[in-house]
Design a protein. Sequence first.
Length: 256
Amino acid sequence: MSRDFRVAKPKSLRSYIAIWSYTMRRVFAALTILGIAFCFNSLPGGEKGDDPREALQNLQDFIGNWEGNGTSEVNKNEIWKESIHWTWRFKGKDVSLAVDMPSSKQFKSGEIRFLSDKGLYQLTLVDKANVKQDFVGEWKKNALTLERLDPATKESQQLKLNAAAGGVRLVMTYSTKAENRTLYNKQFQVAYTREGEVFGASAKKIECIVTGGLGTIPVMYMGQTYYVCCTGCRDAFNENPSKILQEYTAKKRGGK
């Protein structure tokens, strides 16, 4: 017995309208999802000529105290603990992000700047021998990927930093590539958890009055309590609270 699987034709104008309305709703929903996905994957990552402070806002999730575990790809049995501290640093018009790495196996401290004339981020790290290493790269797909060439060995070194789990996790991956090779090989990775945070937390977040990040440190001005995200923002606020509040109010009025 054969079956006819053809869709029955609507028998009235009302049926035509119902079918057309349903189809348009499905099309609109699909376009909306595609639009959201496009916007999410096209977030600005700092371009040539951008204001350094605005470009560094992409790294706001790095700010704070972190505790983590490191694992080696060379020796799978090697596991260690690390703590780092990221903060904003303001010196007049100069702005950067500083990192203190007291228990890192490889580095002691570092500083990230945005090179406006090149549209690139530069991370200067100080290793355990007090030697500075400059990594340069871009912010793409919610990750900061930086590279440098070792002048002695001609080895390419890559450092990747990305926040995860809504800003609760921070992952640092270090990879190397030998001269004349095309692929990087991961050497080690450190997965940090923000101090005082747990997965799945949904508590209301307090905003930093200086950068708009997560406010964790209270500051006072004219009897009113505000919050900042780090000691760098605290110092900037205390230096000129009136100016900071004016800038914050202007941003809110502008919908930022």
